[in-house]
Design a protein around this ligand. Structure first.
Ligand code: NAD
Length: 251
């Protein structure tokens, strides 16, 4: 584990041309969005409504949307932090090939990464999608409708259930996005993992695949992860402080 002298890691980044980033909730905590597992995280404050409950129970849908309306204003107001901006910097430098994220907050796109470079494994909370016809509306519109009295809004095209466009527990992962993430991982020369506990599968196996295919594996996280043992380097620290030093011209 390395603390302050990041010269070696910076050298790897300067020498890389096909970096793939892999981010989790930790990169967004400094934007004011809590992660899941920390003591003040989402799971400490909310009952989880899984996909099965959402599709089978009106009460489950109402509870899901109640939580969404409470959490949406803070999510909407959050701004990218210096960690997100460092990834956008790497893209502008021509070093970043793709950014695979478990996050649903859209902050990588808002930091300047083109949408087609951001592979959202768990979807996005910025929109709601109809589970029947796939039509999408903005979360702003969906939350306005809930607040106006539609406690679990339905699709106005087909009457199907509207659900925030995130992947809930028990909901199938998006196959096309997963395949693109695997391909990017197998082709990268450096996998930069930031702010993920790496305990959620199959997402955590993506950095492992990059390492097996010959890429360097660099992990930046506040605490230990199950992949620390196979990483080429682990930097323990706050991503907003560490990433600009790894990626920025001033490093
Ligand atoms: P996690 O909550 O399991 O782990 C986050 C990790 O980041 C922890 O190990 C924590 O120690 C570390 N961390 C927290 N703040 C950090 C910082 N400033 N710098 C460095 N490390 C920091 O999150 P996960 O691994 O992404 O997986 C849980 C699921 O949570 C994901 O599937 C994701 O969809 C969802 N989620 C997303 C958001 C978001 O979009 N911002 C927020 C909460 C949860």
């Amino acid at each position: 584990m390395r603390q302050m002298d990041l010269a070696t890691e910076r050298g790897w980044i300067v020498g890389a041309s096909r970096i793939v980033g892999f981010t989790g909730a930790g990169i967004s905590t400094e934007s004011g969005i809590p992660d899941f597992r920390s003591p003040d995280g989402v799971w400490a404050r909310n009952r989880i409504v899984d996909f099965q409950e959402f599709v089978s129970s009106e009460d489950g849908r109402v509870e899901y949307w109640r939580q969404k309306v409470v959490s949406w204003p803070a999510m909407r107001a959050a701004e990218p932090n210096s960690g997100h901006l460092a990834f956008a910097d790497l893209y502008r430098q021509g070093r970043l090939d793709a950014l695979v994220t478990q996050n649903i907050d859209g902050l990588h796109q808002r930091s300047g990464l083109p949408a087609d470079r951001v592979l959202e494994l768990h979807g996005t909370t910025t929109e709601a999608a109809c589970l029947s016809c796939g039509d999408r509306i903005s979360s702003d519109e969906a939350c306005r409708r809930v607040e106006a009295g539609e406690r679990a809004p339905r699709c106005r095209l087909c009457g199907g259930f509207l659900k925030p466009a995130t992947i809930s527990f028990g909901q199938p992962m998006p196959v096309d996005v997963m395949e693109r993430a695997w391909r990017a991982a197998r082709n990268c020369d450096l996998m930069l993992v930031v702010g993920s506990s790496l305990v959620v599968e199959p997402a955590a196996s993506i950095p492992r695949a990059a390492k097996s295919a010959g890429a360097r594996l660099l992990i930046v996280n506040r605490e230990r992860t199950p992949l620390d043992g196979i990483a080429d380097s682990v930097v323990r620290g706050e991503s907003g402080a560490v990433l600009p030093r790894l990626a920025g011209a001033s490093a």
